[in-house]
Design a protein around this ligand. Structure first.
Ligand code: F0G
Length: 355
């Protein structure tokens, strides 16, 4: 087996790097593609369902793919500090890669609306963390204005290097499956990732590595679904805080991915997201974030209306690690049962339970 040195090393020929580019890597990428095996009962159709588990990246989300490239290029350009607005994961990743590079990171997050694990990551990596009294869209607006005035490198997905790095997930899936899937399913927030995957699939096809393209299926949370409704949402709300975005930066990229691939972008309710979140954890053994579960919620919804065909290969990207947002898991599970420290008391409670 070849050792893995990160995705810039692996997919260098497809990326805008040269021999001069300093490679800032945490050996991201090479994430597992896991075949779902216990979800047949909740699906109305027989499909081959896979999860691309991006929670196993070094900072626990897919953002690391874009960040290794964005930070490497920022260092190559001589930047001393990077800046981003974030619902949490971008800030965690930017902070980690900036720490590795030895440059500063400034992150603007919506006050009180990011999962605690993500906040902890940004803080412990030494970023300057500013909680904006507003939402993600407010934070991004300010960041965009700041980079006009100050020499900070912007590392939101408006930075094309982020998209370049993130497209490598599509390459990996094709390498892992030996072909492109029939459908690729993503949660949509700021819409950078769906834009990136579509670019990746097209480039792999153009390079002759695959000979078909998947249809791209995007899902937004019902309370934060501007692309579905066709207009910005002023006060986006959803349990899936990672995709609590009312005015996505890559709106056009998402529409192009949808239309060029013959796919769709729809919404799923918080209830559907929570149901899928629990199913992925309890039936497949994968702990992802609520936002990631919008993918399975979408697949369940589509299978109810017989959208797929028998045997279709469907890949859902699970964008982030559930440990980042343990609060959500705890709230939805309820507290553990308390018991006296005696075997008889424990046995009493175990009666009728899996024995
Ligand atoms: N899933 C997770 C876990 C995310 O953190 C994000 C975006 C998405 C899905 C949506 O991806 O924005 O490319 O459409 N998080 C960004 C952040 C906005 O700041 O961490 P997208």
């Amino acid at each position: 087996m070849q050792p893995w040195y990160g995705l810039i090393n692996q997919y260098r020929d497809f990326l805008p790097v040269s021999g001069e580019t300093p490679v800032i890597t945490l050996n991201e990428g090479n994430t597992p593609l896991i075949r779902a095996s216990r979800l047949n009962e909740v699906l109305d159709e027989e499909i081959n369902l896979y999860f691309k588990y991006e929670g196993s990246n070094p900072s626990g989300s897919f953002k690391d793919r874009g960040m290794t490239l964005a930070i490497s290029k920022a260092v190559e350009d001589g930047s001393r500090a990077v800046i981003c607005a974030s619902t949490g994961n971008t800030s965690a990743s930017a902070s980690a890669y900036s720490a590795k590079a030895g440059i500063g990171a400034i992150v603007l997050i919506p006050e009180g609306k990011i999962a605690l694990g993500k906040l902890a990551q940004a803080l412990i990596h030494g970023a300057m963390v500013l909680q904006v009294e507003g939402n993600f869209d407010d934070a991004l607006r300010i960041v965009k204005e700041l980079v006009e005035r100050h020499p900070f490198a912007l590392v939101n997905s408006l930075n094309p290097f982020r998209i370049e790095g993130q497209k490598t997930a599509a390459f990996e899936i094709c390498d892992q499956l030996g072909a492109a899937p029939d459908y690729h399913v993503l949660p949509v927030g700021n819409a950078g990732n769906i834009t990136a995957y579509w670019k990746g699939y097209r480039e792999y096809r153009d390079a002759g590595r695959i000979n078909s393209l998947p249809k791209m299926l995007g899902f937004q949370a019902a309370g934060a679904a501007p692309i579905v409704t066709g207009r910005p949402v002023e006060r986006p709300e959803t349990v899936a805080t990672a995709i609590r975005i009312g005015n996505p930066a890559s709106w056009k990229g998402a529409l192009a991915a949808r239309d060029e691939s013959g796919g769709l972008i729809e919404s799923v309710t918080d209830e559907e997201i929570i149901n899928a979140y629990k199913l992925i954890a309890s039936r497949e053994g994968i702990f992802c974030e609520p936002a990631s579960a919008a993918t399975l919620a979408g697949v369940i919804k589509l299978s109810k209306r017989k959208f797929f065909s028998k045997g279709d290969t469907v890949v859902c990207t699970l964008t982030g690690n559930g440990l980042k947002d343990s609060d959500s898991a705890l709230q939805l599970s309820g507290p553990p049962v308390k018991v006296r420290a005696e075997i008889t008391a424990v046995e009493e409670l175990l009666k009728g339970c899996c024995l």
